[in-house]
Design a protein around this ligand. Structure first.
Ligand code: FBP
Length: 326
């Protein structure tokens, strides 16, 4: 890094983010996430020139296929977070929690590479992370109310590399300047529009949906002739990070509900390192996030890799979905 972490200098061109914008105690953690995100974005930009990034290399603890880039990203974040004050490191790609620094004050959970089916097709993918104050054990650090998060963020690797991050006082947006290698603030308070014109759900699962989910999608499809009285557009990228960024920017709703497929009784997305951090970011931008009815931030994970139905976006729509469930 070439700079002293105890005395960060905002002018230092080696810093990946302006430390003045980050709570002091979390600076080394966020700096490591940014530096590694910038490195990863260079690998991703090379695509096939960097090797077979989308090649299957094994399975994670839950039987999901791991791609080469999933494993590479996990190794990079784990290595970068050593010495930053992170005591416990939990990753989608690792079955158990690692102790990085027994003296550290934080527990960080991450999906190091989200949207891996999009690696080979040059569509936005990302990194998601959630930070808690470390508790007396790894379990106690992560299996607690989602409202205990002290920070959450995503890095989106798309046409631009972006960081959205919250420390509980709004959601900030940074853009990676490829010339300087630093994340530069572009919005100090993202504001998720209250009303939506777009909805997102994997429609190929329609036959497996519950009645309330089907009813909501039918309302959206009915457009101005239906109960909504307005036309709605449909979008599905297949990368939670890309979907969240679009919705934070121009509103909309996202649903990955429970459905009738075997092993989809709680949807697909993981509570600790996908659902909870996105819920924190969305709520800090003025949106809502539920499991269909209950606010995600009021829920507590019981297992590290558990799944949770996830609905988020513009407040009006998320309320309507809860009403249909009621
Ligand atoms: P990964 O972490 O394995 O990439 O899975 C998560 C995810 O890709 C989300 O980013 C996305 O919203 C969802 O799965 C897509 O699921 P589906 O392929 O069922 O539409």
């Amino acid at each position: 890094m070439g700079h002293n972490r105890d005395d960060p200098n905002p002018e230092d061109p080696m810093l990946a983010i302006d430390p003045a914008l980050i709570p002091e105690h979390l600076r080394p953690v966020i700096e490591a996430m940014c530096r590694t995100g910038a490195e990863l974005s260079r690998v991703i930009a090379k695509g096939p020139l960097a090797g077979k990034l989308g090649a299957g290399v094994g399975e994670n603890s839950d039987g999901d296929q791991q791609k080469a880039l999933d494993v590479m990203a996990d190794e990079m974040f784990e290595a970068a977070l050593r010495g930053t004050g992170v005591r416990y490191y939990a990753s989608e790609e690792q079955e158990t929690v690692l102790t990085l620094d027994p003296e550290g004050g934080y527990a960080l959970a991450t999906d190091p590479l989200d949207g891996s089916s999009n690696i080979d097709v040059n569509v936005t993918i990302g990194t998601i992370f959630s930070v808690f104050a470390a508790a007396e054990s790894a379990e106690a650090s992560f299996l607690r109310p989602a409202s205990d998060q002290i920070a959450a963020g995503y890095i989106a690797y798309g046409p631009q590399t972006l960081l959205a991050v919250t420390f509980g006082a709004g959601t900030m947006l940074f853009v990676l300047d490829p010339d300087s290698g630093s994340f530069v603030l572009s919005e100090d308070r993202m504001a998720l529009p209250e009303a939506a014109k777009e909805f997102s759900i994997n429609a190929s699962n329609r036959r497996h949906w519950t009645a309330p989910v089907r009813a909501y999608v039918e309302e959206c499809e009915a457009g101005r002739e239906g109960a909504k009285g307005k036309d709605m557009n449909f979008r599905w990228v297949g990368s939670l990070v890309a979907e969240t960024h679009r919705i934070l920017t121009r509103g909309g709703t996202f649903l990955y509900p429970a459905d009738a497929r075997p092993s989809y009784g709680n949807g697909r997305l993981r509570m600790v390192y996908e659902v909870a951090p996105m819920a924190f970011l969305v709520e800090q931008a003025g949106g809502k996030a539920t499991d269909g009815t209950r606010p995600i931030l009021s829920l507590t994970a019981e297992e590290l890799h558990e799944r949770r139905p996830f609905v988020f976006g513009s407040a009006e729509e998320v309320d309507r979905i809860a009403e249909l469930h009621g």
